[in-house]
Design a protein around this ligand. Structure first.
Ligand code: ZN
Length: 343
């Protein structure tokens, strides 16, 4: 089968032939329909996820597919099931690391990977959904959309009418705008350094877009009647973005970091005292918005089916696996929100 393989750090992925190995205890073979490209994969390509020692390895952690075969012990999914492929642990067996054959050698992979035609997954990285669930929705529920909904709901506990700022208008940022809107936040402010994001951010429900490369963020929030912000969700992981937005927290402010600063990087707060103002502000990092696949995916699917969770506009385009490197470049350059790879 064809797969996009990270052979070397900081190099384009290699589209190559990868051979499947027999399923082990708790493993499931999935035929992949679509996969998203997530910021985490850009970090892996850069070797920032402690993954350099595992190359060559397979990639991707949000996808949708059909179960083709199940290994011994698997009970949560069965052949023919449509599944959301997610990196967070759900129910079922945590299997050993899947193995593949690549260029005559055995390589190990993560418990779920999605940049390939087929994937061997640990049972607990898959959640079955009704067959009529759109594959685009399933892919987004594997990471970005679920992380966004969880971050707003479970980490930031956004209340009706609270102001929310989302730093970074990439795939996750756009999903967060949707999630904030669903929670009744107002105003919703989208921040980015790329002008082409403006139109999309506003069309997805942001009330204000600020390009911090050329606009003064403190002045700009005044245009929607704010002097500070109740909830700030940071997706870029950029040191400067974090340092310049933490001081904007209101007295009840919650700051949630979804994006990860690079390893070894430090964040400097000019006057940390201001964090003690108001009712005591919080700064925290989230792990996937506390997304619990088995509990959350069914209710999100229900919400989407009822028309209350819309994903239109989130996906910039669909591309083939052969074009994955171009797609990754576009995500890196900030020219896309979510690109789906169609297998
Ligand atoms: Zn992700």
């Amino acid at each position: 089968m064809k797969a996009a393989v990270l052979e070397k750090i900081n190099m384009p992925l290699v589209i190559g032939e990868v051979k499947l190995t027999p399923l082990q205890f708790g493993q499931v073979l999935v035929r992949i329909l679509v996969s998203g490209i997530c910021g985490a994969q850009l970090q892996e390509i850069a070797g920032n996820k402690g993954n350099a020692k595992f190359v060559p390895h397979l990639m991707g952690h949000e996808g949708c597919g059909f179960v083709e075969d199940v290994g011994v012990g698997v009970t949560r999914v069965k052949k023919g099931d449509k599944v959301v492929m997610h990196w967070r642990q759900g129910q079922g067996i945590e299997s050993d690391f899947p193995e593949y054959e690549y260029k005559g050698k055995r390589i190990k992979s993560g418990k779920v990977t999605t940049f390939s035609e087929y994937s061997i997954c640990s049972e607990n990285r898959l959640t079955s959904v009704p067959l009529d669930t759109p594959e685009e929705l399933c892919a987004l529920l594997g990471c970005s959309l679920s992380t966004a909904l969880g971050t707003i709901n479970e980490e930031a506990h956004v209340k009706f009418g609270e102001s929310v700022m989302i730093v970074g208008a990439g795939g996750l940022g756009i999903n967060l705008i949707k999630a904030a809107q669903l929670a009744g936040a107002y105003p919703i402010i989208s921040v980015d350094i790329h002008d082409p994001k403006k139109e999309l951010a506003l069309s997805m429900g942001a009330n204000l877009f600020i390009n911090t490369a050329k606009e003064d963020i403190s002045k700009m929030i005044g245009t929607v009647g704010l002097k500070d912000v109740d909830v700030i969700i940071e997706c870029s992981g950029a040191k400067q973005a974090i340092e310049s937005t933490i001081p904007l927290l209101s007295g009840i402010g919650r700051y949630v970091m979804v994006g990860q600063p690079q390893p070894g990087q430090t964040i400097e707060l000019l006057n940390a005292n201001h964090l003690f103002g108001g009712e005591g502000k919080s700064v925290r990092a989230t792990q996937g918005g506390r997304f619990v696949p088995s509990k959350d995916i069914p209710r999100y699917v229900r919400l989407a089916k009822a028309g209350m969770l819309k994903t239109d506009g989130i996906i910039t385009k669909h591309v083939k696996l052969n074009d994955i490197n171009n797609a990754i470049e576009q995500v890196r350059a900030g020219q896309a929100s979510r690109i789906l790879i169609v297998m």
